[in-house]
Design a protein around this ligand. Sequence first.
Ligand SMILES: CC(C)(COP(=O)(O)OP(=O)(O)OC[C@H]1O[C@@H](n2cnc3c(N)ncnc32)[C@H](O)[C@@H]1OP(=O)(O)O)[C@@H](O)C(=O)NCCC(=O)NCCS
Length: 186
Amino acid sequence: MPITTESPTSPATAEPSATDGAPSAAADTVQIRPPRPGEGAEMWRLARDGGELDLNSSYAYLVLAEDFASTCRVAVSGAEVVGFLLGYQPPERTSSVFVWQVAVRGDQRGRRLARRMLDDLVDGLPGVHTLEATVTEDNTASRRLFASFARSRGAELTWSAGLLAEAFPDGQDAEPRLHISPLTRS
Ligand SMILES: CC(C)(COP(=O)(O)OP(=O)(O)OC[C@H]1O[C@@H](n2cnc3c(N)ncnc32)[C@H](O)[C@@H]1OP(=O)(O)O)[C@@H](O)C(=O)NCCC(=O)NCCS
C-alpha cells in the first residue's frame, strides 16, 4: 500500500473513531498521514503536554516532520494533531524502520490510533521487513502496543540489549530494543 494521501475519505487513512454517542470530536474521523512541514511544532506540544516522553527540542520535531515525513505519522482529528509517531530508517539497516517515539493525546487513547499509525507506517514502506523500537521495562502501554502490532502481523517479537542504563549520562533507565519481524502486509 502506498504512503497515505491526505484524503479524509480514504478508507486506508480515515476510519470512524469509536463513538460514545456524543456529537463531539470523539465522533470525528481521525486521519492518519505523514506530517506536513511545520507540524513538528504540534508534535512537540503533544510530547510536552503528555509529560511521559523524553521531550526532544522543538527543532528535532520540526526537522523530522519535514525531512523524515515518510517515516513519521500524525493522527489528525479535525484540525488538531492528536497523535504522532517519529521514526527513521537506520542508514545501515534500510530494511528496518526504527520507531523513536509514539504518543497519543490522553483523551484519544484506547481508540487504536497508535496501532493505526504503526500500520500506516509499515504499509507505506514496502521494503521494510523489521520494525524496531526501544522501550523501558515499566512502559506497559508501549509494550502492549508493540505486542499487539506484532500479533496482528503474524510476526515474531524479540528483544536485544538496546541502550543500557550505564550508557546514559543522565541516569535514565535502560531501553531494551525490540525487533518485530518479518512484517507482512495485507
Ligand atoms: C502508548 C500509547 C501511544 C498507546 O496509544 P493508544 O492509541 O491508546 O494505543 P492503541 O489504542 O492503539 O492500543 C494498541 C494496543 O495496546 C494496548 N494498550 C494501549 N494502552 C494500554 C495501556 N495503558 N495498558 C495496557 N494496554 C494498553 C491496547 O489494549 C491494544 O492492545 P490489544 O490489541 O491487545 O487490545 C499511549 O498510551 C501514549 O501516548 N503513552 C504515552 C507515551 C508513550 O509512553 N509512548 C511510548 C514510548 S515512545
